[in-house]
Write a protein that binds this ligand. Structure first.
Ligand SMILES: [Zn+2]
Length: 546
C-alpha cells in the first residue's frame, strides 16, 4: 500500500480513487498522516483568527454571506449588517443564524473589549431600529429623471407644504431673513427656509419657541422649514478665521469677483468675530467628549452643553419640518486617522440623534449627514452605515473640499452610491457653478447664506455673474437694472422691487446713504434670482437638456 500525506491534492491513481470512508480501512500510518495534516490546518486557522481579529470579522461576514461595515470606538467594536446585505441574503433569519453561530466571542485584548452584534436585521433583539417605513406627513416623489444625467425633478411633501426640487434653501439664521420679510420667499418661488438651532437656542431659547407653538407660529410662516443641529456653529467657535474659511462647507471663503471657491455660510464668521471681540479672543469651544460638546455662549459667556439628545429635543421644540442630527465639524487638513475617528463619532452621534427622534417623531423628518471629507473610502463607509438606518433623507456634510474642483470630484464619486429613493441635500453650498454641477449630479436641495450675505455687501447676482453695485459706473445708471443684470426680455424678467420700480443709481445712493432699504432691495433681488435659477434648472431637467 502506498503512503501519501496529501491525498486530497495528489494526482496519483490511488489518491484519486480513495474515498473518505475507505480512509479508515487504510494502514495506521496513513491515518496518522491525515490526522497530523488536519491538526496543522486547524492550528493555522486558530492562530490566524486569534491574532488577527479583522480576519475573524471577514470570515464571519463571508460565512453569513453578507457585506459588513465595522465601526470602532475606544471601547466597543460593532459589526453592522447593512440592509442591502440582508436583502441579498436568502433570508434574514439565515443571516441571523450565521451571525449568532459564527460571530466572534467577546474577548478582552489590550484593554479593548471586542463585542460583535448583528444590528440591522428585523430579527434583531428589538433593541435596535425598525426598518424604514413611509410616513403619512412626509413624502418624496421623483417626478422626472433626466435621460442625460443623474439630475431629477422631485417633490417633497411636508406638513407645511410641498418643496419643488432642485431647490435653493434660503438661510434665516435667527428665524428671519436679514433685511427682508419671509413673504419674499413666496414671491421668489423658494419653498424651504433654513433656521439655525444654535442661534435660536441662545435667543430666544427653544422653550420660548415651544410656548409660542413652534417656529411656524412664532415667525408667521406656514411653509416648509429645516433646522440644523447647532453643532456647526458650536464647532466653528473652536476654529480660527482661516480655518473657518477653508475647512467646512458652510464657512467657505467668499471670493465674489473670481468665484473660484464655493460660497456658503450661516453667519458663522459674523458670529465668530462677535465672540472673539466680546470675550477677548478666548476659545468659546470648551471640550468635545463622547457624550457631547461643551461651549460658552457668545452672548453672555454661559456654559452650555450640546448632546445628540439635547439637540434633537431643541429641534422638537423649534418644530421645523426637517431636522438634522448632531455631527462633528472637522478641519480640512486633519490626518486620515483623525478624520476616520471623527466620522465614527459623527456616526455614533447621528445614531443617538435618530434614536431620540424616533421616541417622538412629531411630524418631523430627519436627514442623516454623510461624512468622510474628501476621502472616498470614508464617504463610502458613511453611506453604507447611514443608509442602513431609517433616516428620511441624506444631507452631505463635513468638509466638501478646498475648492470647486474637489467638490466636483466628491459629488461624482458620492452621488451614484447614494440611494435614489430618498431626498438629499448639499449643506452650505450656494455658488452658481457648484449648484449647476450639483443639479446634474442629482442633488435635490442646496442651502447657503451666500446670496443674502453678498447682497448686504454690495453684490447683485446677474446672468453675467456677480455685479458690484457700488462701482462708480452705476452711480448714474438711471435705466432699468435688467439692462445690467440681464434677462430684460419677456417673461423671464426679474419681478423683484428693484428691477420693477427702481434703478441701480437709486440703489447705489441708498447704499452710500446707509439706508437699510439698500440691503432690502439687493437681498430681495438675489433671492428672486436664485428662485428663477432653480426654476430654469427644473425646466431643463424636464426637457432632458441636462
Ligand atoms: Zn431683480
Amino acid at each position: 500500500m502506498r503512503e501519501c500525506a496529501f491525498f486530497f491534492y495528489c494526482e496519483e491513481e490511488f489518491c484519486k480513487n480513495v474515498s473518505f470512508l475507505s480512509l479508515f480501512e487504510k494502514s495506521s500510518r496513513e491515518r496518522r498522516k491525515f490526522f497530523e495534516f488536519f491538526c496543522f490546518l486547524h492550528f493555522l486557522l486558530s492562530f490566524t483568527l486569534f491574532f488577527f481579529p479583522k480576519m475573524r470579522f471577514a470570515l464571519w461576514a463571508t460565512a453569513a454571506k453578507i457585506t459588513a461595515t465595522r465601526t470602532t470606538t475606544t471601547t466597543t467594536t460593532t459589526v453592522r449588517l447593512t440592509k442591502r446585505a440582508v436583502a441579498s441574503s436568502s433570508s434574514s433569519s439565515s443571516v441571523f443564524f450565521f451571525a449568532n453561530r459564527c460571530r466572534p466571542r467577546p474577548r478582552r485584548r489590550d484593554g479593548i473589549l471586542l463585542r460583535c452584534r448583528a444590528l440591522a436585521t428585523r430579527d434583531d433583539d428589538g433593541a435596535d431600529f425598525p426598518a424604514y417605513a413611509p410616513k403619512p406627513f412626509f413624502a418624496f416623489e421623483v417626478l422626472h429623471q433626466s435621460k442625460r444625467s443623474l439630475a431629477r425633478v422631485c417633490q417633497i411633501t411636508t406638513p407645511h407644504g410641498t418643496i419643488k426640487t432642485p431647490a435653493f434653501v434660503a438661510v434665516g439664521t435667527q428665524g428671519a431673513l436679514k433685511a427682508v420679510p419671509h413673504s419674499v420667499l413666496d414671491d421668489a418661488n423658494l419653498d424651504l427656509m433654513f433656521a439655525n438651532t444654535y442661534h435660536l437656542l441662545l435667543q430666544p431659547g427653544h422653550e420660548h419657541l415651544r410656548k409660542a407653538g413652534g417656529i411656524h407660529e412664532f415667525i408667521g410662516r406656514n411653509r416648509p422649514t429645516i433646522s440644523d443641529s447647532g453643532g456647526f456653529q458650536v464647532f466653528s467657535l473652536g476654529l480660527d478665521a482661516d480655518e473657518l474659511e477653508n475647512k467646512s462647507p458652510n464657512g467657505k471663503k467668499s471670493n465674489d469677483d473670481k468665484g473660484e471657491r464655493n460660497h456658503g455660510g450661516t453667519g458663522t464668521k459674523e458670529l465668530k468675530s462677535r465672540g472673539v471681540t466680546k470675550h477677548k479672543q478666548q476659545n468659546l469651544l470648551e471640550k468635545v467628549e463622547e457624550d457631547g460638546v461643551t461651549f460658552r455662549s457668545y452672548r453672555d459667556g454661559t456654559t452650555l452643553k450640546l448632546t445628540p439628545e439635547s439637540s434633537v429635543q431643541a429641534q422638537k421644540n423649534i418644530g421645523c419640518d426637517i431636522i438634522l442630527p448632531l455631527d462633528e465639524l472637522t478641519k480640512y487638513d486633519i490626518s486620515l486617522q483623525e478624520l476616520s475617528e471623527s466620522v465614527d463619532r459623527s456616526h455614533r452621534w447621528e445614531t443617538r440623534s435618530l434614536r431620540e427622534h424616533l421616541k417622538n417623531v412629531k411630524e418631523q423628518a430627519m436627514y442623516a449627514i454623510i461624512h468622510g471629507g474628501v476621502d472616498e473610502r470614508l464617504r463610502k463607509k458613511s453611506v453604507e452605515y447611514l443608509t442602513s438606518l431609517p433616516f428620511d433623507g441624506y444631507a452631505i456634510g463635513g468638509s466638501l473640499g478646498k475648492n470647486r474642483e474637489e467638490l466636483k470630484q466628491l459629488l461624482e464619486f458620492l452621488m451614484p452610491i447614494l440611494p435614489r429613493d430618498k431626498p438629499n441635500h448639499l449643506l452650505g453650498i450656494g455658488d452658481l457653478p457648484s449648484i449647476a454641477h450639483g443639479v446634474r449630479m442629482g442633488i435635490d436641495s442646496f442651502d447657503s447664506a451666500y446670496p443674502t450675505q453678498i447682497a448686504r455687501h454690495g453684490t447683485l447676482l446677474s446672468e453675467n455673474g456677480p455685479i458690484n453695485y457700488r462701482k462708480s459706473e452705476f452711480r448714474e445708471h438711471f435705466g432699468k437694472p435688467a439692462e445690467i443684470l440681464g434677462s430684460s426680455n419677456g417673461d423671464d424678467e426679474c419681478q423683484c422691487l428693484l428691477c420693477r420700480k427702481h434703478s441701480l443709481s437709486y440703489l447705489a445712493h441708498l447704499d452710500r446713504a446707509n439706508e437699510p432699504m439698500a440691503w432690502s432691495l439687493a437681498t430681495e433681488h438675489n433671492l428672486h434670482f436664485m428662485g428663477r435659477t432653480m426654476e430654469k434648472h427644473r425646466q431643463a431637467i424636464l426637457n432632458d437638456e441636462i
